[in-house]
Design a protein around this ligand. Structure first.
Ligand code: MTE
Ligand code: MO
Length: 374
């Protein structure tokens, strides 16, 4: 087959782009911790081959003692204490397909992949807190307010070649929410997920979790790298193709509360005896999903998913849930899910209030249509 397939991924990944490799798992693969083979992949360019022994990370810019560290040094527990954290990564393109279906041709769909509900996954990441690494470099110099990450992959845009570059504010580092990880679910980080070293930025849009990380630069303002300045920008709904300018939007950072139904699949036909079994995920980048509600009539009557049918609460991780929804109606029914997080945020009701020119963050209630035969 002409399809680009990675040995590191399940063969039945759904490829939203063939090259570079961009794929999400089949919907029925949902588990509390995502298997490495089934974790979605979002790549801007190729997959660099980096030998662990040749690898080093440069930490420079506004730190007192810029340093070059090897992977062995980062892994040396007499220098750095390690940590393992259960953290969800979500691409801001998750569920973009709904915005495209609702408003075909209105958004910037030419450069944005049509992701479904699977561009999100959860892993147990092991590594060292970036806060410790900065301390190891003698701490910050005056004005060190943002951390810029560079990945070893290159990509082309408008005839130029760039390294992948993004930044996160220093306050995120100070609260220990940025991990430099070399292990994913107890296994060495797969190449396609950024080996030998990647950043994992808890609660933020996946784009900040830089893979193939080889350089960290402490700076005083947001990175000017094109991925930071020109991609992952949220435009308010009054901005469309006529007036879209980078300066009209703002950087997407913390992911809002969102959720999705993973099974049954949209347009399934289900023969049942008064109830339909649903599964899905719920996530909030600023805390955790506190309550998940399901409706079988498009959002008039909501049923609360009981706590014992939701997975463990981890700060910065999704909760997967399942529920037997009582259904006595027959014919085409609209099922939807709505989540509340611990700060009482909930989801916009319809896609029309989530639509934005760059088609990011489709956080509206997820809706599917099911043919019910009772
Ligand atoms: N880092 C590099 N170096 N290059 C990339 O293309 N893609 C980003 C981020 N880090 C990317 C990157 C985006 S947009 C997302 S959503 C996450 O990686 C996806 O991580 P994953 O492929 O491990 O799931
Ligand atoms: Mo992403």
């Amino acid at each position: 087959s002409w399809k680009y397939v990675s040995k590191e991924k399940s063969p039945d990944m759904i490829h939203v782009l063939q090259f570079p490799y961009n794929g999400e798992p089949p919907r029925d693969r949902l588990t509390e911790i995502t298997d490495n083979k089934d974790h979605f992949v979002r790549n801007h360019g190729g997959i660099p081959e980096i030998n662990d022994d040749d690898f080093f990370l440069d930490i420079e810019g506004l730190v007192n003692t810029p340093k070059r560290v090897t992977l062995k040094e980062l892994q040396d527990e007499s220098i750095f204490s390690r940590q393992t954290r259960t953290v969800t990564l979500q691409c801001s393109g998750t569920r973009r397909i709904e915005q495209i279906h609702e408003y075909p041709g209105d958004g910037d769909e030419l450069i944005n992949a049509p992701w479904g509900e699977g561009a999100i996954g959860t892993a147990r990441w092991t590594g060292v807190s970036l806060k410790k690494v900065i301390k190891y470099c003698g701490g910050l110099k005056e004005g060190g307010k943002h951390v810029e990450f560079f990945g070893a992959d290159t990509y082309f845009k408008k005839g130029k070649v760039y390294n992948y570059g993004v930044s996160v504010p220093m306050r995120k580092v100070k609260v220990n929410e940025v991990l430099l990880a070399w292990e994913m679910n107890g296994e060495p980080l797969p190449k396609i997920h950024g080996a030998p070293l990647r950043a994992v930025v808890f609660g933020y849009i996946g784009a900040r979790s830089c893979k193939w990380l080889y350089r960290i630069n402490v700076i005083n303002d947001i990175s000017e790298a094109p991925v930071q300045m020109k991609e992952y920008i949220y435009y308010t709904p009054q901005i469309g193709k006529q007036n879209a300018m980078y300066s009209n939007g703002f950087s997407i950072q913390t992911m809002p509360v969102s959720s999705a139904i993973m099974t049954p699949l949209n347009h399934d036909q289900i023969i049942h005896d008064g109830k339909i079994h649903l599964t899905g995920w719920a996530y909030s980048g600023s805390g955790w999903p506190e309550r998940v509600e399901i409706s079988g009539d498009g959002g008039s009557i909501w049923y609360e998913v009981p706590y014992d049918q939701m997975s463990t609460k981890y700060f910065h991780a999704w909760r997967v849930w399942e529920y037997d929804l009582p259904v006595d109606a027959e014919g085409w029914l609209e099922f939807c899910v709505r989540t509340w997080d611990d700060a009482l945020n909930t989801q916009p009701t319809y896609v029309r209030s989530a639509w934005n020119w760059d088609l990011h963050v489709t956080s509206s209630c997820h809706r599917i249509k099911i043919y019910s035969i009772n």
